[in-house]
Design a protein around this ligand. Structure first.
Ligand code: ZN
Length: 320
């Protein structure tokens, strides 16, 4: 089956492994799994994943001696989960100098190299992209959490790489991997009763985006804020629009470095846009007919595997 046929509509959602969280605290079982020939190891080097080079890129999972080498050289051994053939680990091998990476590439396909997942992700099979995203996210969290935020002492990895604990006995605080929620919302206006075909959605562009690129509004959830409130606040701040209704649609893990995108449809109570000129270079209403008629190049939407695109395509497929 060609790789693209296995891609879900939203990237990074199709994590294929049993996370087997009960095993995380079984240090003896994890040590045994780490030695097994059937074990697969996904190395992460300086936030990059090991990926083949051809035009249908694929994840490279190490096995056997190469896998054990990666685990031994790894800053962290992170238990990702298991499938019917055995355990999967991530190993953060960032301490290896670039010139010394060759032994880790023993037996891997020609052209395999450490690449940025964000660029290759759209071409990977969905299950592989999800495994690589999980490995990248956890490796990044370990690197950013080496010291206790409460007392400043070093922390050490626990629970198969799914927690860290401060080593100072009178502190001992546990730290857990973080996921920062962000909301992304497609603002819509229904067609007036006498003007069928005039339903619209709002797309905007940021100043630094490539020419012609438009997408849905998005922003981070603030401490003490509910998701619906975050959607309403972002809509008001960026476009001056009040909302009449908000509904949750779908989510996308976004490990660049640690977000979860929560996607919403939001019906605006009016249509007069007061754009935040610092945040947005443009914000416009589009009818379905306008979006469908725009030639490729005049209007560039987010990547086909993004949640923004999912929200737009879902709305486009509906009738006014
Ligand atoms: Zn501490």
């Amino acid at each position: 089956m060609p790789a693209h046929d296995r891609r879900p509509r939203i990237a990074y959602c199709a994590f294929p492994l049993d996370r087997a969280s009960a095993l995380r605290r079984d240090a003896a079982a994890l040590a045994e799994a780490a030695r097994a020939d059937s074990t697969r190891v996904v190395p992460v080097w300086r936030n990059r994943n090991l990926i083949t080079a051809d035009d249908a890129p694929a994840m490279v999972a190490l096995t056997g001696e190469t896998a054990r080498r990666a685990l031994a050289a790894g800053r962290e051994r992170i238990f990702l989960g298991a499938d019917s053939r055995g355990a999967w680990f991530a190993a953060d091998v960032s301490d290896i100098a670039e010139a010394d990476l060759a032994p880790l590439l023993d037996g891997t396909p020609a052209g395999a190299a450490f690449r940025e997942l964000r660029s290759a992700g759209a071409l990977l099979a969905g299950d592989e992209a999800a495994v690589l995203a999980c490995a990248r996210g956890l490796a990044h969290w370990h690197t950013a959490s080496r010291f206790c935020g409460t007392c400043g002492a070093p922390t050490e990895s626990r629970d198969g790489g799914h927690a860290r604990r401060c080593i100072r006995p009178d502190c001992g605080r546990d730290h857990f991997p973080r996921t920062d929620p962000a909301v992304i919302m497609l603002l819509t206006r229904p067609a007036p009763r006498r003007k069928p075909g005039d339903a619209r959605c709002l797309l905007a562009r940021q100043h630094h985006w490539p020419e012609g690129m438009y997408s849905a509004l998005a922003g981070f959830v603030e401490p003490g804020e509910g998701l619906e409130a975050a959607v309403a606040r972002e809509a008001m701040e960026e476009t001056g629009l009040r909302l009449a209704a908000v509904s949750y649609r779908a989510s996308q893990p976004w490990p660049f470095p640690a977000s979860l995108m929560l996607g919403f449809r939001a019906e605006a109570a009016g249509d007069e846009i007061r754009r935040d000129e610092k945040e947005l270079a443009d914000a416009r209403w589009f009818t379905r007919a306008e979006l469908k008629a725009l030639p490729e190049g005049d209007l560039r939407l987010s990547r086909p595997d993004s949640i923004a695109r999912f929200l737009i395509e879902e709305w486009l497929a509906e009738k006014d």
